[in-house]
Write a protein that binds this ligand. Sequence first.
Ligand code: AP5
Ligand code: MG
Length: 206
Amino acid sequence: MKLILLGAPGSGKGTQAARICEKYNLPHISTGDIFRENIKNQTPLGLKVKAIMDSGNLCPDELTVDLVKDRLAQPDCANGYLLDGFPRNLVQAAALDTFNAPEKVLDLNVDLAGIERRLTGRRSCPACGNSFHIDFIGDTKNCPDCGAELIIRKDDNPETVKERLSVYSKSTAPLVEYYEKQGKLIAINGDQSIDGVFAEIVKVLG
Ligand code: AP5
Ligand code: MG
């Protein structure tokens, strides 16, 4: 199964990706996670994209497409993949179609008015990659899953969230029509409980 998880910043892509990948045994490929890992390890790629990510803008297409192309060529992607955060614009979507086109695109629909709260209240685990919200975990300092110290993502401040939402509306939202025309788009209501969203996804994927 070749799947894309489309959706605004904070729509729950990472949260649902973890569950989908476990159930359907797919590799979870998040370009955001790959970039953050490179920044943490201060690799040449990380140094190149740090300022861009901190500002909430998109990293260069060519670099991002090459990275995904290499990743999808790995043996664990032979039976499919779940892409989270890629493609992010029409250029990236057209490129993906030339080397490993998706079969289904799940579009997580959320009310953008609630996004700032979701993101500014997010706590991320740098060790296991899971995300939580202070509404559920309170002021817990350690990851409920693995115990590592939780962090606040550098781009989860109100100003950068605003920029990320504007980039989403301008560059990423047109992908809805792109995949609709290909007959691949499946709309999912992202404004329900985490379990509720996952149940809807399982229902459509079978
Ligand atoms: P990326 O890491 O992809 O971030 P994003 O798209 O902004 O999305 P997030 O990871 O913030 O949100 P999410 O949808 O995963 O939500 P989550 O499940 O965590 O990209 C970051 C940056 O990297 C970009 O700005 C760009 O610079 C660069 N980049 C990445 N890909 C790129 C590309 N292809 N091209 C160019 N540049 C690229 O949930 C959010 C919060 O909500 C959590 O606290 C969670 O607990 C909570 N939550 C989740 N579901 C629910 C629910 N149903 N109800 C209530 N709360 C919920
Ligand atoms: Mg994410």
